[in-house]
Ligand binder design. Sequence first.
Ligand code: ZN
Length: 241
Amino acid sequence: MFIGHFGAGFALKPAARKVSLGTLFLSAQFLDLLWPVFLLLGVERVEIDPGNTKLTPLDFVHYPITHSLLGAFCWAVLVGVIYALVRKYKTGAWVCGIAVFSHWVLDLLVHRPDLPLVPGESLRIGLGLWNHPTVEMILEFAIFVVGLWLYLRTTRATDRTGTWALVGLVAFLVAIHIGNIMGPPPPSVEAIGWLGNAQWLFVIWAYWVDRHRTIVNWCGASARTTTSQTPPTGRIHGQTR
Ligand SMILES: [Zn+2]
């Protein structure tokens, strides 16, 4: 699962409009942002094993800290609490926590049974959609498209950067996703680790995009414009009566 996680980040914007897309991406992809660090430190392990599933050449041998159910829950709580303390925005904190945990749920759909419930010797689960490439690709792309649609419905570009930086971000994510599916297996575990760290680029890019977009209300006008130009609802009713 790659762009599906970013789709989840996009999709959560309407639930907490004041949270930047960058923070939503960081949260939705948090487990996979930690994972390369733990890989490079030798704490978690992956092996390159073409054919492990039909869609990924990776065998996720050991990743209890980032990808166990308990681990994901703890990271979700941590991110939510940190967000609440820093930004004092309760809804945003809940949404960031949910975004972190959504990563594990989406991984559960696609991984073969390699996701541990708790660190240590425990049951490993996974529904294995990576062995059903057509279903997996349609599902993941659908999550991405619906998420993007929700983000576009919730925000509007305030300048050209707000439009074109988003177009570039989407194009780049799709290109990387297709490259992951069609390309050759990674040359080494170190390469996976370093390339994985490069995902921070998408987080920074998303902060940049979000700074050049504003929230819209359901009529499509920007929230700032609406509050300054539209009289209070009661007055409108009074005038029409
Ligand atoms: Zn993951």
